[in-house]
Design a protein around this ligand. Structure first.
Ligand SMILES: Cc1cc2nc3c(=O)[nH]c(=O)nc-3n(C[C@H](O)[C@H](O)[C@H](O)COP(=O)(O)OP(=O)(O)OC[C@H]3O[C@@H](n4cnc5c(N)ncnc54)[C@H](O)[C@@H]3O)c2cc1C
Ligand SMILES: NC(=O)c1ccc[n+]([C@@H]2O[C@H](COP(=O)([O-])OP(=O)(O)OC[C@H]3O[C@@H](n4cnc5c(N)ncnc54)[C@H](OP(=O)(O)O)[C@@H]3O)[C@@H](O)[C@H]2O)c1
Length: 490
């Protein structure tokens, strides 16, 4: 079986399938290093969340598991973060495996689609998160490369006139971004945050962060642990919001989890505003309208929002109507944190694998079997499982869910694969041709220009990062350029 992607979805699917059947697994990863968002998404000050890597390392120890790192499936555009990587076409994989699991996550971000979104100083949260977590950039110096983007973030954070940041969206990623901007940099120095990001954040002059939602507190996507962390940040105060109109009069009547969350939000920060040296706010019922430049043309100076009205402020599913009333927030730095986005892999069209662009997910039966339209003998179209193709994780259900729910989801996919195999359902042709896996793919595709990273190679990179981290008094010091990762391997 081929698994595309080495994040939680890929590893948990591999783990479960290997536990239930004798299966050989090749795991393809576009980057030279594994673990997806566990390495490049999870906030550096949440090291305990990364403990799942221990389970993944256990999976990788199996003699039936092979890591094919630094190899993207698709075409050259499939490896935007790694110009030093190889790529193999999906069609080649389809010829050499019994089954293929798409677990390649969401490597793009959603856009707001409002005027001014491309002004300097307006960033995707995904780019900021990738930057502070050391996600390798594309080729330095290339127009629009993420290397240039990282340089822009570094410069913009340290500008003398930049003291107010706006984060759009009220999910947990938005809170991660706000926390990184507000937390004392000495706390972050003890984490695996990249050296470059630490240096830039130590020079940041951000004193005020607006976390803006188009709906209210009862509809917010963040969760209690994450909001509580912000409330407890030393020296950081929360501006109060209008609890009278946005929260129900009797919080105690709410279901327990929601009541506790609303109590934390209503209580506010431990540090009173009068004693705070940095501040933040949860700005509710504001829909982004536009961003505009000031004297410095091309650079954001103002975020304009339209006030919204909730159909029912106390209903967690409430929608909003726009009121026409505008509100300006002067700001020099904006992060849109409205969700990640998956896209189709190059090769989907040729193979007939359907992708829902709007929801950013592969069409599947909810259990992980990829679906496709098939013409019946009477010429009508029906949707049926596409033999041998499966999906798991964010590319299966859209870019939401924590590692625990991604694990559950991956287990569901693995169970579908095992059930299909045991009930002798049709699979890909790989078994008929001897299922030669990566050996067969490699014989067919020229990857000679790029180093293919094995698990043993990754362990060498890992060790160098850990050793360097120890010298600096932190858990790990990550390589942020793929050429530096590969240089470890000689
Ligand atoms: C900023 C952020 C912070 C988060 N923090 C937490 C947290 O604290 N706690 C928590 O429980 N959850 C957290 N999550 C959620 C968690 O990270 C996800 O649930 C989980 O990572 C999704 O797993 P996945 O395997 O589907 O995708 P990913 O983790 O994104 O893995 C996909 C992998 O596929 C690889 N890939 C992509 N394209 C290709 C290709 N063409 N060929 C080969 N490989 C490819 C990628 O490089 C990546 O390694 C966070 C998410 C984000 C965005
Ligand atoms: N510590 C953790 O456990 C942790 C940390 C980070 C991420 N994660 C998880 O990773 C997943 C992804 O997180 P996320 O924050 O990217 O996504 P999310 O939880 O889906 O939140 C997205 C936010 O963006 C808003 N939004 C969407 N479209 C918008 C638009 N056009 N205009 C204005 N606002 C818009 C949403 O508001 P509406 O609700 O109004 O649509 C919502 O507030 C979540 O499951 C999250 O819990 C977990």
């Amino acid at each position: 079986m081929a698994v595309i992607g080495s994040g939680p979805a890929g590893f948990y699917t591999a783990y479960r399938v290997m536990a239930k059947t004798a299966t050989r697994i090749d795991m393809y990863e576009a980057l030279p290093v594994p673990f997806g968002l566990v390495r490049f998404g999870v906030a550096p000050d949440h090291p305990e969340v990364k403990n799942c890597q221990e389970k993944f390392e256990e999976v990788a120890q199996s003699p039936d598991f092979r890591f094919v790192g630094n190899v993207a499936v698709g075409d050259a555009s499939s490896n935007t973060h790694n110009p030093n990587g190889a790529h193999v076409p999906l069609a080649a994989l389809a010829r050499h495996y019994d089954a293929i699991v798409f677990a390649y996550g969401a490597s793009k971000d959603r856009k707001l689609g409002v005027p001014g979104e491309d002004l300097r100083g307006v960033y995707a949260a995904r780019d900021f998160v990738g930057w502070y977590n050391g996600l390798p950039s594309g080729e330095e110096g290339q127009e629009h490369s993420s290397g240039d983007l990282n340089n822009r973030i570094v410069t913009d954070l340290a500008r003398a006139d930049t003291d107010t940041a706006v984060v759009i969206g009220q999910g947990n990623v938005a809170l991660d971004v706000a926390r990184m901007l507000l937390e004392h940099v000495d706390v972050l120095r003890k984490t695996d945050m990249s050296e470059e990001a630490l240096e830039a954040l130590s020079r940041s002059r951000i004193k005020r962060v607006h976390v803006v939602g188009r709906r209210g507190p009862m509809q917010a996507a963040f969760t209690i642990k994450e909001v509580r962390e912000l409330m407890k940040l030393p020296g950081v105060g929360l501006h109060p919001f209008d609890t009278a109109t946005l929260l129900p009069p009797k919080l105690k009547d709410l279901p327990r989890a929601q009541r506790r969350l609303m109590e934390v939000v209503a209580k506010g920060s431990v540090t009173p505003l009068s004693e705070a040296n940095k501040m933040w706010s949860l700005d509710f019922c504001l829909a982004p309208k536009q961003f505009s430049a000031g004297d410095d043309a091309g650079r954001v100076a103002m975020a304009t929002f339209e006030q919204t009205r909730l159909t029912d402020p106390f209903d967690s599913n409430a929608q909003v109507e726009r009121t026409g009333e505008l509100m300006d927030v002067p700001t020099q730095l904006v992060f849109r944190s409205i969700g990640y986005r998956s896209q189709a892999l190059a090769g989907f069209d040729d193979l007939g694998i359907p992708f829902d662009d709007r929801r950013g997910m592969i069409l599947n039966d909810g259990l992980g079997r990829v679906l496709r339209d098939v013409r019946s003998p009477d010429a009508s179209m029906t949707t049926k499982p596409f033999p041998g193709f499966y999906c798991a994780g964010w590319v299966k259900r859209g870019p939401t869910g924590v590692i625990a729910s991604t694990m559950e989801d991956a287990f569901t996919t693995a169970d579908a694969i095992v059930n299909d195999w045991q009930s002798e359902a049709p699979f890909l042709a790989g078994s008929e041709e001897g299922g030669s896996g990566w050996d067969g793919v490699q014989a067919e595709v020229d990857t000679a220009g790029a180093k293919v990273v094995t698990w043993a190679d990754w362990q060498k990179i890992d060790q160098v990062e850990l050793d360097k981290g120890q010298q600096l008094g932190k858990p790990r010091s990550k390589f942020t350029r793929t050429e530096d990762m590969l240089a470890v391997l000689g």
